[in-house]
Design a protein around this ligand. Structure first.
Ligand SMILES: [Zn+2]
Length: 342
């Protein structure tokens, strides 16, 4: 019988300090050239082993070979100017200096495919690979060419689909699109965002996932969360569209968030990666706390569809904290498995 409650992380994990300075986003590489290539592969091995030691069932690359979940992918595209940057407000929340789309975009070469082949060789466990979602990519750039967010998003969907097909052929079992922007631009999601995402998963026969969260535990996100009131109902705006889509899995922020669990009813039938680990605090969850979150989710998610997970990526956390949190996730899932076996 298939194991119940397969555990995984959303994606990013802390990198070894010899590869990049810890506890920050866009952390620069400490190596270059062939040493960097080797260093990234070694980091993939370490991250795999740490996930295995923590008892995770689905392995991710820990995003060890990328600097950032959006910009690294964009670096592999032509038509984008990284030198003459512009400042934009990301997700209406914080300003960032971003690259500019100056011409028709195209994928010059595969982005993560070699990394995926490398990881595939190291393990027989299921592998999940995250890619940025088209709408979130649009939001992390200045567009001086298409002059239409929607048009640019369709172009991104095309190149993401090329990458996703090659990742699938490299042996990736689950391809996940990170779309935190879905939690902010509801009207766009309903007008074109979901349709564009369907284009990104076109023709895939592996499992597909969408991750929608309230962001990394950085100050701009934590401040924004304080303005959202006592009930966070953002998911309610977009779940009906997701429910009708071809996406197999929905990855969500649940633990310590103010998302009412009954919203999960709106995506009944989908597999749900339930965030049972808070990435915005260094406090390590107890297995009992994880189990409590999973129990609440079980009221609205069928047991066979429940995938215990983290709220978001853990790249900015201290490494020992991240590892302890992953172990708590496994232990919490095990509590529920034992309960169900009785
Ligand atoms: Zn996230």
């Amino acid at each position: 019988m298939k194991k119940l409650l397969p555990t995984s992380t959303v994606g990013s994990l802390p990198k070894p300090t010899w590869l990049a300075p810890p506890e920050k986003l866009w952390s620069p590489w400490k190596l270059e050239g062939n040493q960097l290539l080797e260093g990234k592969q070694d980091a993939l091995r370490v991250s795999l082993q740490e996930q295995q030691l923590a008892g995770l069932d689905i392995i991710s690359d820990g995003e060890q070979t990328r600097q950032h979940f959006v910009t690294t992918f964009i670096e592999y595209l032509s038509g984008v100017d990284f030198k003459n940057r512009k400042t934009v407000k990301i997700r209406n929340r914080y300003e960032a200096s971003v690259p500019v789309v100056v011409d028709k975009i195209a994928r010059k070469k595969a982005v993560f495919v070699e990394d995926a082949k490398f990881l595939r060789k190291q393990t027989n466990q299921l592998i999940k690979w995250a890619l940025p979602g088209p709408m979130t990519m649009v939001d992390t750039l200045y567009d001086d060419h298409y002059k239409s967010q929607e048009k640019l998003a369709w172009e991104f969907a095309k190149v993401l689909n090329e990458e996703a097909r090659e990742l699938q052929d490299a042996g990736v079992d689950i391809i996940q699109f990170d779309e935190p922007a879905f939690n902010v631009f509801f009207d766009d999601v309903n007008d074109w965002g979901m349709q564009v995402l369907e284009r990104a998963i076109e023709g895939l026969h592996c499992q597909t996932a969408i991750h929608i969260c309230y962001g990394y535990g950085i100050k701009a996100n934590n401040d924004w969360k304080k303005t959202l009131g006592s009930e966070w109902r953002q998911y309610e705006e977009i779940f009906p569209k997701i429910q009708k889509s071809n996406i197999d899995i929905v990855s969500l922020e649940c633990h310590n968030s103010h998302v009412p669990f009954n919203l999960l009813e709106l995506i009944r039938g989908k597999k749900v990666m339930v965030g049972a680990i808070d990435v915005a605090t260094n406090t390590i969850e107890t297995p009992e706390e994880v189990a409590a979150t999973l129990r609440k989710a079980l009221e609205f998610v069928d047991i066979k569809n429940l995938y215990p997970c983290t709220n978001c990526g853990m790249a900015p956390l201290p490494r020992n904290i991240a590892n302890a949190k992953l172990s708590a996730l496994s232990a919490g899932a095990e509590i529920i498995r034992k309960e169900l076996a009785l």
